[in-house]
Design a protein around this ligand. Structure first.
Ligand code: PLP
Length: 286
């Protein structure tokens, strides 16, 4: 089946969808994105992703080319047209095509680019990786200073994932000034003596939509949550570690730089949080 994608108001077969070579997303990474997961054909936390999209756009003085209602409709139509039961909807907004290359922002009436496509991932909720846990390595955080904005500048995370792959691991945790910032495409947590520890929100990390939900569910389940800095050495001594993201939900981490975390198997806190997250999110899915 040919995938149907959305480009600037049109639903098209993917091979007919095009964006200009002058698009500022292509030339300057002048764009923001969101990834919303789909379970049981429904969108998980669409409102959270929409709110973060608005914030990312605002932080970059970029207009919002769409509305909550229209965007929800496009998401649902793509999920329907592509028969997505489990997977993701990717959305990208750029400052558009000014017709040439120039560092200055284009005139405000320049049409922006809005692109959405789906990715089918059967078995996402029941992922085998969640049963075994993943291995991470630590790397220097080489990204810019506004990681709270979800821009399409993904070269540093991409290099990080490749370094992990070459080391026989699944992902990398990034470290700055001796402290873990986050994973290449997820937020990072450790568990020590029952307390869930994760870095607090600032410009240093992406404000994960899954993070917000998981911390809320953890508090509701009377689990202790501490938002503070932690080091890789502290993480290696932790009882458990895990990451969260829209596409992996809650994913246990079982080794860091080759050192087993806790028993070397997914821990009870990560397992429980994954169960609660999936159950609650599916109840609230739209
Ligand atoms: N941190 C980074 C750097 C990310 O790229 C992502 C997701 O892509 C996350 C955290 C997790 O965010 P969310 O839970 O909203 O998917």
């Amino acid at each position: 089946m040919t995938r149907t994608v959305y480009v600037n108001g049109e639903y098209l077969p993917e091979h007919e969808a095009t964006v200009s070579i002058f698009d500022r997303g292509f030339l300057m990474a002048d764009g923001v994105y969101e990834v919303t997961s789909v379970l049981d054909g429904k969108l998980i936390d669409f409102d959270g992703h929409y709110a973060r999209l608005e914030r990312s756009l605002g932080e970059l003085d970029m207009a919002n080319p769409t509305t909550h209602e229209d965007l929800l409709e496009v998401h649902r139509e793509l999920v329907r047209a592509n028969g997505i039961e489990e997977g993701m909807v990717y959305l990208q907004v750029t400052r558009g095509n000014p017709g040439d290359r120039d560092f200055a922002f284009p005139p405000e009436d320049t049409a922006q680019t809005l692109v959405l496509f789906t990715q089918s991932k059967p078995g996402l909720a029941n992922s085998p990786a969640a049963k075994t846990g993943i291995k991470v390595i630590s790397i220097e955080d080489q990204r810019w200073a506004r990681r709270d904005i979800k821009t399409v500048q993904l070269l540093a995370p991409s290099l990080g994932k490749m370094a992990a792959k070459r080391a026989g691991a699944d992902d990398a945790w990034m470290v700055e000034d001796g402290h873990v910032t986050e994973g290449t495409s997820n937020n990072a947590y450790i568990v020590k003596d029952g307390a869930i520890i994760t870095r607090g929100l600032s410009n240093d990390i992406l404000h994960g939509i899954t993070r917000a939900a998981v911390l809320r569910f953890a508090a509701e389940a009377q689990m202790q949550v501490v938002e503070r800095l932690f080091t890789i050495d502290e993480a290696k001594e932790a009882d458990e570690a895990f990451v969260t993201s829209a596409s992996t939900f809650v994913m246990p981490v079982v080794s860091i730089d080759g050192a087993a975390i806790g028993t070397g198997e997914p821990g009870p806190v990560a397992k429980r949080l994954r169960e609660i997250y999936l159950e609650e999110s599916m109840k609230a899915a739209i």
